[in-house]
Design a protein around this ligand. Structure first.
Ligand code: LLP
Length: 431
């Protein structure tokens, strides 16, 4: 990607489709100052080329091997984003009936959909069986019984995997680590064989796979292999018990670069997984992955405009028009998102905390950043394509941002900014 960026405006880490040109940050060929002026802020901006590049990195890693990639759409469920993945041939990992409807709305193929989640309701099961999803990733014996009953009543057979909790430490933030004993997820590996026996005995169910997901934003590959060996041991035991499976689903979790992380590539993961499968005599198994963040995280930015600068003895604050309701990750996980001025000013910088208008001290977006900013400047929060808009709320009666997809020199508003009327829709007062 060419760029006329001066040395103090390096390419954005991990974001080849966002770059400075003529001193202005661009998404592909669209200048973000113009976009902010035309559409207002806060504004989520996605790059179509970045989505395609992330998808291609999985395709390249797969080569000719039997792998189904199901986009963990909880990371970003905008219809335009889903449509891109559907067009490119992705499957989808869903966690609700609402997500299933989004997949169907963009013409996604239900036979490439896996249904995850600890609390599936009967209506959601019915909807997914009706649609013909590839697999239910079941997380408890109670869920097996409910699914069996629902499928049996419909006169159908539901394909199931059990989500096994392998009790490995994914070495990530505790809120996004899911493969430890104390997490609510999955069936403890020691209890898995019994649960499989139950699954095999219940009407309306067909055992097809083994599933796990150990956590998110993994920057080290080794926890996957701790999990994999345990799952292969389980598959050995299942075979001895006469239960054969067709696929192994290793979940999502590959990290992205927010600051200086060097996350493992899909290829590094897949090459080693297939080595281990071969070595253990399971070269024939189909593999599934459920990546979310690594497909969309660095394909999006959140633009925000500086409203006021406020200087106290202890801190300098840049108060911006985006807040924790728009991008929750900093408040919830103390997550770091890179921050750039769209049109950087020359000259000395000062240390700022970048905060929103919401009435909470926890409402911050970036802390202790060196900036030279003035009122009205547009800033870009990086790596906001995953778990950004999907976690936005209406707290403080703030409408959620618009979303725009850039494609070369064109852009498309793929979700309108919420209006005040939107915020009050469905509410009534008493007579
Ligand atoms: N599969 C399952 C069963 C999951 O629970 C998740 C994410 C994924 C796949 C996708 O994982 P990924 O590839 O995106 O790491 N809100 C948090 C992340 C929560 C992840 C929840 N599960 C954040 O903002 O960091």
């Amino acid at each position: 990607m060419t760029s006329s960026a001066p040395v103090n405006q390096p390419e954005l880490a991990g974001h080849p489709h966002f770059h400075y040109r003529g001193g202005v940050l661009h998404a592909e060929d669209v200048a973000l100052d113009t976009l902010a002026a035309e559409l207002g802020t806060p504004l989520y901006v996605y790059s179509r080329a970045a989505l395609a590049a992330a998808w291609q990195s999985y395709r390249d890693a797969i080569g000719g091997r039997p792998v189904l990639v199901c986009f963990g759409m909880k990371a970003n469920s905008n219809l335009a984003v889903l449509k891109e993945f559907a067009r490119m041939g992705a499957g989808f990992d869903i966690v609700s009936g609402g997500e299933l409807q989004r997949v169907l709305a963009v013409g996604g193929d239900p036979s490439r959909v896996v249904f995850s989640g600890v609390g599936k309701q009967a209506w959601e099961m019915r909807m997914a069986i009706e649609a013909g999803v590839k697999c239910f990733n079941v997380e408890s014996q109670a869920e097996l019984r409910r699914l069996s009953r629902v499928a049996h009543e419909m006169g159908k057979v539901a394909p199931v995997s059990l989500r096994v909790n392998p009790d490995v430490d994914a070495q990530t933030h505790p809120y996004i680590s899911t493969g430890l004993k104390e997490n609510k997820f999955g069936i403890a590996i020691e209890a898995a064989l019994d649960a499989y026996r139950l699954a095999a005995s219940l009407p309306g169910l067909k055992v097809v796979g083994v599933d796990c997901h150990i956590g998110s934003q993994l920057t080290d590959i080794s926890p996957y292999f701790d999990a994999l060996e345990k799952l292969l041991d389980l598959i050995d035991q299942l075979a001895s018990a006469g239960i054969t499976i067709e696929h192994l689903d290793l979940g999502g979790g590959l990290g992205i670069r927010y600051t200086d992380e060097v996350p493992p590539s899909p290829k590094a993961l897949l090459d080693r997984v297939f080595d281990r499968l071969q070595a253990r005599g399971y070269g024939h198994l189909h593999l599934m992955l459920e990546p979310g963040r690594s497909l969309v995280g660095n394909a999006g930015l959140l633009l925000t405009t500086v409203q006021f600068l406020k200087h106290s003895d202890a801190r300098n604050f840049a108060i911006v028009d985006a807040a924790m309701n728009d991008l929750l990750r900093p408040s919830l996980y103390e997550a770091y998102h890179g921050l750039r001025a769209v049109t950087p000013r020359p000259g000395a910088t000062q240390e700022y905390d970048v905060v929103g208008p919401v009435c909470e001290s926890g409402d911050w977006l970036a802390r202790q950043r060196q900036l030279h900013v003035e009122e009205g400047d547009v800033l870009a929060l990086e790596s906001a394509g995953a778990y950004g808009m999907v976690m936005a709320s209406n707290y403080n009666s703030r409408g959620r941002p618009a979303e725009v997809m850039v494609d070369g020199a064109k852009y498309y508003v793929v979700r309108q900014r919420e209006t005040i009327e939107d915020l009050m829709r469905g509410e009534t007062t008493l007579p």
